[in-house]
Every structure is written in structure tokens, then in C-alpha cells.
Design a protein around this ligand. Sequence first.
Ligand SMILES: Cc1cc2nc3c(=O)[nH]c(=O)nc-3n(C[C@H](O)[C@H](O)[C@H](O)COP(=O)(O)OP(=O)(O)OC[C@H]3O[C@@H](n4cnc5c(N)ncnc54)[C@H](O)[C@@H]3O)c2cc1C
Length: 387
Amino acid sequence: MNDTASSEDDALIDAIERFLAGEVRPVAIALEQADEYPKAIVEQMRDMGLFGAIIPEAYGGLGLSAQTYARLIETIAAEWMSLSGIINSHLIMASAVLRFGTEAQKEYFLPRFARAELRGGIALTEPDCGTDLQAIRTVARREGEHYLVNGAKTWITNGLHGNCFALLVKTDPKADPRHRGMSLFIAEKGPGFSVPRKLPKLGYRGIDTVEMLFQDYRIPAERLVGGVEGRGLQQILGGLELGRINVAARGVGVARSAYEEALSYSQQRKTFGKPICEHQAIQLKLADMATRVQAARLLVDSAARAYDAGRRCDLEAGMAKLFATEAAMENAAESLRIHGAYGYSREVRVERLYRDAPLLAIGEGTNEMQRLIIARRLLDAAAPRQQ
Ligand SMILES: Cc1cc2nc3c(=O)[nH]c(=O)nc-3n(C[C@H](O)[C@H](O)[C@H](O)COP(=O)(O)OP(=O)(O)OC[C@H]3O[C@@H](n4cnc5c(N)ncnc54)[C@H](O)[C@@H]3O)c2cc1C
């Protein structure tokens, strides 16, 4: 399927699979339940270069294509979804710099991102708005060669352990249309930038998701992405295209893992004298689950190909994100049912998949919004041409 993959890409995926089986699987359940940050695992991910996965080699990264990156993320998420989040929002920030930063910004930030010397994520959501990002209220006011930032962000992943974030602000709160007053900064932690609280979550634990506060936080003007005000929304939405492909790939990973757990359990568990996989009702579920995994993977691959070809891919990425993340939720629920009471136990992987999956329908644009994006693109394409 991944016809652009080199033998190096395949070797990387093999190495990741070995790392996950050897280093992650034995500890994931305990770390997740304790909501403990997987520090040693993150250090190994850094050593493998994963924080630079999509950063070009010229800037010190691995320079993976979106297709290979999607395979990597599927593989990681199939083992423990939280680990994919540690690199994903970091790489959305990197992608915004790569696509829209000045040459000086690329030279300064990208090697540091790739080495994970600077690492973090994206700070967009606020207490009063997530989907309607144009309603944000965090303001950056210019003062000479600096901006002074005031406001609050919430639900920011990697916020505690990360040190650098793509920060979406208003530089002109009165602009009309509102997006013309929005700008994106690469903000390193410093005086005036604090993290008051880590948020407790249903799933996606181990990884830190936090509230952030900006009180007269001074940021140099040279940290404004692209060096121009008023393009922040467009810049972060550009970065989020890769983010959607990533979330879709996570969906494939979770859906696959749920299916594989169900398949294996159904071959061991016996009722009425035979393994439950021999009951037709269970077979129907397994068939639907495997079909969802395969369909989701093909949609992700199609979106990643479009991204790699430099084509606009909001339609493909939206479809992949919608289908793959719904597949993750459906497969997790079906796998839990197939496991019977054991699916409800805190000691098996499937209950974690069941708690992790719903985030995928919310993050990087809710699935309701994906449907609206898809419909808009379809209607645009079908609009009658003006004579
Ligand atoms: C674990 C976790 C990690 C996160 N990490 C980050 C992060 O790192 N950085 C970051 O910036 N944010 C992050 N978020 C926030 C996430 O991006 C937002 O939750 C998401 O964008 C939705 O925003 P909201 O929660 O404010 O929902 P709202 O925007 O309030 O939406 C509420 C509901 O209304 C629906 N809705 C809204 N508008 C419409 C419409 N026009 N038509 C139809 N339906 C609509 C939505 O689909 C949703 O069902 C994270 C969230 C979670 C749970």
C-alpha cells in the first residue's frame, strides 16, 4: 500500500515494533492507571529521533513522508495511544514553522524541535472556545521589539513536561473578519507563562494535559510565525492537516488493537463447548471490526498521499479522521463486549482502548466539524458553474 516506503522506513517501523513490545507493553497499563508520565520511554523516543519524524533531514529530522508517519503513528497507538500524543502536537507545531516560518525561524527552531531540546505542542483552545477558534480572547499587544501576552488556554497537551508551544492569540481583537486579527507565536516557557493545573481525564492518561495562564508574558517579536500578524489561524489550520492525518492514524491503531485483542480472546474463551469465535454472532463482529480497520487504513493512506503530493487534502483528511476515529470507538466497544466481564477489568488492555478512543472524535476538530468540512467541499465541487 505504501509504495513510497523505502527499506529504511520499513526498518524504522520494525525497530518501533520491537521497542513497543520490549519497553512499552510491560509497563503501559501500570503507568496509565497511575497517570504517570512515561519519562524513560519518552527519552528513548527522543533517542530514536521520533520528535523530528516529519522534520526534513536538512534540519536534523528523519524527514519521513506523511505516509510513513501515518504507519508509525498507527503502530505506536496500537500499543499505547498516549505515546503518539507526545509527538503529535509537537510535530503540528513543527509543521506550522516548516510551512509558514521565516528561514531564520526554521533554522533556529526545527533542529531544536528534532532533538527535543524544545518540545511541546499547540495552545489554541480556551476555557470558552475550542471549535470556534476565532472567538479566542488571549491577546498579544506589541511593545517595541516584544509583545505582551495576556489570557488563558486550556486542554493543552504536553503542557507540563513541554517547554515550547505554538500559541494562537489575537493581535487585533477588533479585526473584521475576526481571523485577520489572529497571529501565531512560538512561545517558550518563561516569566508570565504558568501552568496552574494538570487536568484529570477519562483516558489518554500518562500524557499531561493542562491549563495555561499568560500574565504579562513577554515574547520577542521575532517569534511571530512568518514575521507577519493576521495569518495565525491559517497557519495553525495548515499544521492541523497533518494533525488530522495523525489522529486518523491513531484511530486505525486503536481500532486494530481492539480487533486483535478480540480475535485472540475469542479463540481462547469457550462457551457451550467451543471457542466463542466459532459462534456466528461473534464472527459477524470480528468481520465488521477487521473491515473497519482496513477501510480506515486505506482512507488514511489516501489522505497522506495527497498531503505528500502537496495537494489540498482537507476533504481526504476529514474523511479519514471521521471514519477512522469512529471505527476506533466502535471496535473498542465491540471488543469490550466480546471480552465479557474481563473487558470491564482494569487489568486488560481493552478497557483502556475503550477509554482512549472517544478523545479521537473530539481532538483536531470534532467529528461533527469534520462532517461539515466534508459536506462543504462536496457542495463546492457540485456547485453549478457561472456562465
Ligand atoms: C484530552 C484532550 C487533549 C486536548 N489537547 C489539546 C491541545 O493540545 N491543544 C489545544 O489547543 N486543544 C486541545 N484540546 C481541545 C480540543 O481541541 C477541543 O476540545 C476541541 O476542539 C472541541 O472544542 P470544545 O471542547 O471547546 O467543544 P465546543 O467547541 O464547545 O463544542 C461542543 C460541541 O458542539 C459541537 N459544535 C460546535 N460547533 C458546531 C457547529 N458549528 N455545528 C455543529 N456542531 C458544533 C462540537 O462538535 C461539540 O460536539 C484537547 C482536548 C482533550 C479532551
